[in-house]
Write a new protein. Structure first.
Ligand code: NAP
Length: 504
């Protein structure tokens, strides 16, 4: 089936209890291809009773899934990733048509998603606790890992499949059931993607209810969901965290970023400029860990700007299914928001060296030019707020200390990049930058085996790596006395010699 036919088939559908079915919702949202502005499908705003049903089913299914042994769970997860490999081309095409990123970026995202599934299939069966040195003779003291129960995964539009798997694979490998709430802008590709899960896993272990904030809010507020893995903007993340706090419900909050990118004189400027252009413009700048604030040493500022402008001009902008490096922003609303940030930066005194507007000849679709700005100062809004669009603002700095201080002068703390060949600067940057990930000459890289997540307002908790597995597990302490002996070393009656003897 073609991607467009798949959009029609999956319109208004939910995944509940292992079955895809039409929603009874009276409200539906249009799915708009951001490169053409064509309506390609409809997404249901699930009803309250559909959400309730998904929660009920998940609780039942989780009990069975939790009893499945770890090897079987691993084999099933590998089978899911194998199935996804076969459908990757159509999934990638759907992702491009639904949210705009280039086909290459969509295909890569599918690959990263599969890699996370395979990683957690194995890591999830590798270690279930540890044996402790006993504190009491003849006893056995150890910890075991328990699942949390029903995990709700609330997703943003920018990396809907990869983030789904970073969280769902870890949650499933730990014995949880999951309910996915995709962004309205990427629900149909998510429904397609989840077909591989429902084909392999027991019914109800993975479900999907579509809709807007109300659906997310209901899943968060329910007493019968046990953990919320949220990825999205700060304001929504705050609402989720506040609602979770009422019931001490565990939550993972992966929120917005405004990552710094430092360029020092020892950096190879040709490579730093290419890394900067990629870090700022990949996925049209809609990356939580995109490079958004550039601090460039005054000695190399002008040369770096010249080179990065040349790189920005090389980026081919167009429909993600054509020969292009950068697609449109995901929606009209996102482009309006982004254009407002650029316009306010100019009003505050920033100078647009290239870009700044909409690309010529692309009259339909939510395209924006790759924009490089100079004369940017640390106080400007653009250096203090996520832009989530293709803009590269450059601020000149006098030295390394100033660069680090400005990089840290932020309420965000997701990732941070530095380009330098100076060993001392590299080591100091890793130690001193207030971020979850520091990239030295290696912008925006991920590794399934290493934890990803932010500090400060960029969020709390970690995905990926061993830490990302424990995000979805309880640790339980077990203490066993096989002989069921009397514990006279501390039980009643206390010995006379242990009583207070008075002042000697
Ligand atoms: P968003 O507007 O905050 O939405 C995120 C998700 O939350 C969507 O599914 C949204 O539903 C849902 N939602 C809205 N209101 C809710 C509520 N009251 N309760 C529960 N869920 C609710 O974010 P976005 O615009 O989709 O994504 C962009 C943001 O995500 C950026 O700020 C980016 O930095 C961040 N992000 C962070 C990371 C990270 O790892 N730190 C990774 C990727 C993206 P609807 O949109 O369907 O209404």
């Amino acid at each position: 089936m073609t991607a467009l036919a798949e959009f029609q088939r999956l319109s208004n559908r939910l995944l509940i209890g292992g079955e895809q079915r039409a929603s009874r919702a009276s409200t539906q949202f249009d799915v708009i291809d951001p490169a053409t502005e064509d309506v390609v499908g409809k997404v249901a705003d699930s009803t309250e009773s559909e959400v309730e049903e998904a929660i009920r089913v998940a609780n039942k299914a989780q009990k069975v899934w939790n009893k499945t042994n770890a090897l079987t769970r691993a084999e099933l997860l590998h089978e899911v990733s194998h199935l996804l490999r076969e459908t990757r081309p159509v999934i990638a095409e759907m992702l491009t048509r639904e949210m705009g990123k280039t086909y290459k970026e969509s295909f890569d995202e599918c690959t990263w998603a599969m890699s996370a599934i395979d990683y957690y299939a194995e890591v999830g069966r590798a270690e279930w606790g540890k044996v402790l040195g006993p504190a009491t003779d003849g006893q056995f003291h150890y910890t075991i890992k328990d699942p949390l129960g029903v995990v709700v995964i609330i997703l943003p539009f920018n990396y809907p499949l990869c983030l789904l798997c970073w969280e769902a694979a870890a949650a499933l490998a730990s014995g949880n059931a999951v309910i996915i709430k995709p962004s309205e802008m990427t629900s149909l590709v998510t429904m397609k993607f989840l077909e591989a899960f429902s084909a392999v896993l027991p019914p109800g272990v993975v479900q999907c209810v579509t809709g807007g904030g109300r659906v997310g809010g209901q899943l968060v507020a329910s007493r019968d969901t046990h953990m919320i893995a949220f990825t999205g903007g700060i304001e929504t993340g705050q609402k989720v965290a506040q609602a979770c706090a009422t019931d001490f419900k565990r939550c993972l909050i992966e929120a917005s970023g405004n990552d710094p990118f430092i360029v020092m004189p020892s950096a190879p400027l040709d490579i730093a400029a290419r890394g900067a252009s990629f870090g700022a413009f990949i996925n049209c700048g809609q990356v939580c860990a995109a490079a958004e604030r550039f601090y460039v040493h005054e000695k190399v500022h002008d040369e770096f700007v010249e080179r990065v402008v040349a790189e920005a001009k090389k980026v081919r902008i167009g429909n993600g299914l054509a020969k292009s490096d950068m697609g449109p922003l995901a929606s009209r609303k996102e482009r309006d928001r982004y254009e407002g940030i650029v316009a306010r930066a100019v009003k505050e005194g920033a100078r647009v060296v290239t870009g700044g507007g909409r690309p010529a000849g692309l009259n339909r679709g939510f395209f924006a030019e790759c924009t490089v700005m100079t004369n940017v100062t640390p106080e400007m809004e653009i250096m203090n707020r996520e832009s989530f669009g293709p803009v590269l603002p450059v601020c000149k700095v006098k030295n390394f200390d100033e660069a680090i201080a400005l990089a840290n002068r932020s309420r965000y703390g997701l990732g941070a990049t530095i380009y330098t060949k100076d060993l001392e600067e590299s080591m100091r940057a890793v130690n001193e930058l207030e971020a979850g990930m520091v990239w030295v000459n290696a912008p925006l890289l991920d590794n399934d085996a290493g934890p990803f997540g932010g500090r400060k307002m960029s969020g709390m908790g970690r995905q990926l790596g061993a830490e990302g597995l424990d995000t979805f597990r309880h640790t339980k302490l077990a203490m066993i006395d096989p002989a069921a002996s009397a514990h006279d070393f501390w039980w009643f009656p206390y010995k006379d010699s242990e009583m207070y003897q008075g002042k000697k």
